[in-house]
Ligand binder design. Structure first.
Ligand code: ZN
Length: 175
């Protein structure tokens, strides 16, 4: 059983939360009245298809180090998800790209980071690469192209919520 980190103190006034307040996704400070909401974090990732194969990256960091994942990452505050996915692909694969369209929204994804269980809402975009010279970096230690039968056998996908995503890609985008 994981030892999930919880927020113990109000970030505004520093008062310690009382029992019962710290287990919820809303932390209501009884001292100053400030409400801390733990909402889902938005991620934006790329569905990249070429020659009837899907591109995945191997994760370089925890959570889920060494598992296969889609290139992408967290959307920054004030950043449009379409810009975020292009930025993340540049960081992880050193290649420029552009968004074709939204493929789908998946989740919630359980994301355990620094012993804090968080939840993500994941946007997946169909992406067109501007060239085929790829070089893994940042959060990606490697990349690989997978055909449909390899994806159907894939057992090291990073997140449970990506199982239906991969299934949809196999059904809709690959032959
Ligand atoms: Zn407070």
């Amino acid at each position: 059983m994981l030892n999930n980190v919880v927020y113990r103190y109000c970030p505004v006034c520093g008062q310690e939360y009382e029992a019962g307040q710290i287990q919820n996704f809303t932390h209501q400070c009884s001292h100053c009245g400030f409400n801390l909401y733990e909402n889902a974090n938005t991620t934006a990732s790329g569905v990249i298809i070429s020659d009837n194969q899907l591109l995945l990256i191997k994760r370089a960091h925890n959570p889920k180090i060494d598992c296969w994942d889609f290139p992408g990452g967290f959307v920054e505050p004030k950043e449009h998800p379409e810009r975020a996915v292009v930025r993340e692909i540049k960081e992880e694969l050193s290649v420029d790209s552009e968004v074709e369209r939204l493929f789908g929204v998946y989740g919630p994804t359980e994301y355990l980071y620094q012993n804090k269980l968080r939840y993500n809402c994941d946007l997946y975009y169909l992406i067109k690469l501007k060239n085929t010279q790829l070089s893994p970096g940042d959060d990606a230690k490697a990349f690989r192209w997978f055909n449909k039968s390899e994806l159907e056998e894939l057992d090291k996908i990073a997140f449970e919520s990506q199982v239906p995503l991969v299934k949809d890609i196999c059904q809709q985008l690959l032959v």
